[in-house]
Design a protein around this ligand. Sequence first.
Ligand SMILES: [Zn+2]
Ligand SMILES: [Zn+2]
Length: 368
Amino acid sequence: MQQTQAAISDTQGNFSIQTIDVGKPGPGEVAVDIKASGICHTDYDSMNWDQRVVMGHEGAGIVTAIGDGVTTCDVGDKVLLNWAIPCMACPMCVRGHQNLCMTQNTVTAADPANCAAHPESTQLDGQPIYRSFAVGTMSAHTVVKEAAIIPIHVDIPWDSACIVGCGVMTGYGSAVNSGKVKAGDNTVVIGCGGVGLNAIQGCRIAGAGKVIAIDLSETRLEMAKQFGATHTIQAQRDDKGLLKAAEQVAQLCGGIGADVAVEATAVPALGAAPLAMVRSGGTAVQASGIEQEITIDMNLFEWDKVYINPLYGGCRPTIDLPILLDLYAKGELLLDEMISKQYALGDLGQAFDDMHHGRIAKGVIMFD
Ligand SMILES: [Zn+2]
Ligand SMILES: [Zn+2]
């Protein structure tokens, strides 16, 4: 057993930094020294899950030991940790929809028991404790399943590497994999937070003609330009369903609307907004996970429009995450620019506070 510091949730909305014991990797498992761990809203939510967990699901680090039968990485390798592990055997995986894996998706985040391979390998006060999404990256040392490992084959700082697997993938994949943006397409991204900025990058990298960013905030629209927006529209709070903004989009797109629009605001009232932005036959993508009941004017569907709500940007981890790393290495995918602040593990409370007050776009915990 190796002793290490970790952020532990308490099921009551709080966390504490505690010393945990981490065992050697069993068969098919890999031990990793975490170098950086991204901080996102899911981590905040994990403090209210039914069970205490080692927090954190976005991580990058160095392999320190491998268990029997591990073939895809070796000691000393730099790796990303992937929190969404498709089973590759269920009917959805067999059909190529790894992001819709039925095994993985029956594992609710609040019930980590189903996704942890070998919980005995991590102990708090002599009792096994689960790791968030079976990775638990807010811990200087962790043991994970081999399937959670994505080797890092490019030169990339730890903080930029650790964020690839969550909001970056969701935004990029919602535009490129799900929206199928192609060269010359006119595109719209509504909401320029973490997911939206990455949808903007996805549109730019796919060769979109116009990339129109819409947000309430002037600051966010400035960031949108940095990430690839060719045009910006500052939304007005009283513009119901963004119908006025949609008129501006139509004007910019030859009077017919965009080919693809991605919604990334998580505001339920804007669930139909991407439909208003696209031309007949266009594609509306709702990337922000709106699940509330809303009323939609069916005229917005006219005509021949497609509406998609992709899960995790259609991610096939072993295919898409290396692509994102390659795009970073080529200078096309901006990651360093996404990170606004680094924290020590002990400053996690401050990091959550900064996140909630909009003081940072993306925070990362650095180890050593
Ligand atoms: Zn599956
Ligand atoms: Zn995340």
